[in-house]
Design a protein around this ligand. Structure first.
Ligand code: ZN
Length: 95
């Protein structure tokens, strides 16, 4: 195989990749307006929304900060580390 052919193949692959990415992004942007309650990927992967017990914001499970409660081994999810810290402090005050 000549080196020129390899270069041509590489360019075609790159262009195909670019096309694929721009298509995929276009689809995503259309679907993702400001609807925070509905987060769905086209790949069939659904993201579950969990409620932050501190600020009651809904956060995608993937992005949420997890905290496992030692007593009940229940997992609590937070939108940010700040909320997690607030929760931990509150629990500390209770007990
Ligand atoms: Zn929060």
């Amino acid at each position: 195989m000549s080196p020129i052919k390899l270069v041509v193949i590489a360019i075609l692959l790159y262009l195909g990749y670019r096309l694929f990415i721009s298509n995929w992004r276009g689809k995503k942007d259309k679907g993702a307006d400001d609807s925070a309650t509905e987060i769905k990927d086209d790949g069939g992967v659904e993201d579950v929304l969990v409620e932050d017990p501190v600020c009651h914001k809904l956060v995608p499970k993937k992005q949420a900060i997890r905290l496992k409660l030692v007593e009940t081994s229940e997992i609590v999810y937070f939108c940010s580390e700040e909320c997690c810290n607030i929760f931990v402090n509150q629990e500390g005050e209770k007990g």
